[in-house]
Design a protein around this ligand. Structure first.
Ligand SMILES: NC(=O)c1ccc[n+]([C@@H]2O[C@H](COP(=O)([O-])OP(=O)(O)OC[C@H]3O[C@@H](n4cnc5c(N)ncnc54)[C@H](OP(=O)(O)O)[C@@H]3O)[C@@H](O)[C@H]2O)c1
Length: 339
């Protein structure tokens, strides 16, 4: 790998956000603007551009898997935020999905190096953190590659992509990894994590799974990305987390805020997998997204409570109450006509 330039550059750098129309990217864009940065906002398609309505950003379209467009997108940008999601399709072969994700990371890193970017913030996931019985898991509990235990396709691909990003950091690239937990908030047009809210607020799911997880306000995650570029340590990973809570607590909050009935029955995992399979079939038939994808059940298996104090301490990650995050998500889904 050729030498990467060092330093942090100007106080107000120009930033490229890959995945700017995504749930996380839309918040990263707003957090950058709040800091006074100029922003180049890259989406894959024009489909969800409305989440950037009214913002003073340069809009472009780029495929992170195509080097040519990336080179032009990065020109003149000192910070690169890689929040473009690669969500492997559930039928994808594991090895192919991993190779595709890792190749995309390599392509972005190569082009960031050529563009002499001073910081690359890579959006990974809390799914790359091992579940640790008996205590809260933190950044030191990361999975290693190759995996020794079975993980969902989503987690497997995320772990492989994160390992590739960290390899670049070890070789001198100014890469910082951030690992959000389940993001709840507005601008969730793709509804990857918003499905957790919609399952109870829209589909009125009468059942819930018995486990705990961590949910975070996406606005805090956006700020966390920017702080990672400003003051994060290169080569480190930072969990961006909010509150650890049970699915029942979360569902009750959603139901209260949305003004609908709360779920009453606890669902055993085999039944959850069966419902997820049916929801995927229905989604395939209607060309919509399943409200409960199987990987969500797999990923949540055993639960995952997290200790995110490193980002609070080192990055000053804000900690908006999860009730407020749900309130904002519900209001936005209503305004957007989804709920
Ligand atoms: N949401 C969560 O709770 C959560 C939690 C932890 C980690 N993450 C990770 O964070 C990342 C972003 O998640 P998200 O929820 O914000 O995703 P999202 O809402 O699904 O948005 C994905 C974004 O990436 C863009 N994109 C997709 N494929 C692309 C491609 N080939 N080239 C360029 N851009 C592409 C999309 O553009 P279009 O709008 O044009 O499709 C969109 O802007 C993902 O890697 C995800 O795994 C998410």
């Amino acid at each position: 790998m050729a030498q990467w330039p060092s330093g942090q550059g100007n106080a107000l750098p120009r930033a490229l956000v890959l995945g700017a129309t995504g749930h996380i990217g839309a918040h990263v864009v707003r957090a950058l603007l709040a800091e006074g940065c100029s922003v180049r906002a890259a989406s894959h398609t024009p489909r969800y551009l409305s989440v950037l309505d009214g913002l003073p950003v340069e809009r472009i379209q780029v495929d992170v898997e195509a080097a040519e467009g990336l080179r032009a997108a990065m020109e003149g940008c000192e910070w690169v935020f890689y929040a473009a999601g690669y969500y492997p399709r559930r039928h994808a072969r594991r090895a192919q999905a991993v190779a595709r994700g890792v190749d995309a990371v390599r392509g972005v890193m190569r082009q960031a190096q050529a563009a002499r970017a001073l910081r690359v913030v890579f959006t990974s996931s809390a799914a790359t953190i091992r579940q640790v019985p008996g205590r809260l898991a933190n950044e030191s509990d990361a999975e290693r590659w190759p995996l020794t235990e079975w993980r969902s396709l989503y987690a497997t691909v995320k772990i492989a992509m994160e390992q590739e990003a960290l390899r670049w950091a070890q070789a001198g690239a100014p890469v910082i990894v951030v690992n959000p937990s389940l993001c709840i908030g507005e601008y969730d047009a793709h509804r990857f994590s918003g499905r957790a809210v919609l399952a109870f607020a829209k589909y009125r799911l009468p059942v819930y799974l018995e486990h705990h997880f961590n949910a975070v306000y996406t606005g805090d995650v956006g700020v966390g990305h920017v702080r990672a570029a400003q003051q994060g340590r290169v080569g480190e990973r930072y969990l961006l987390t909010g509150r650890n809570l049970s699915v029942k607590e979360f569902a009750d909050l959603v139901a209260r805020i949305a003004g609908v009935a709360a779920p009453r029955w606890r669902l055993p995992r085999p039944a959850a997998l069966a419902i997820a399979a049916v929801s995927e079939l229905a989604a395939a038939a209607t060309r919509t997204e399943p409200f409960l994808p199987r990987h969500a059940v797999h990923t949540s298996h055993g639960g995952q409570c997290l200790d995110g104090t490193k980002a609070v301490r080192e990055l000053g990650l804000p900690q908006t109450p999860i009730e407020e995050a749900i309130r904002r998500a519900v209001a936005w889904f209503r305004q957007y006509g989804i709920l």
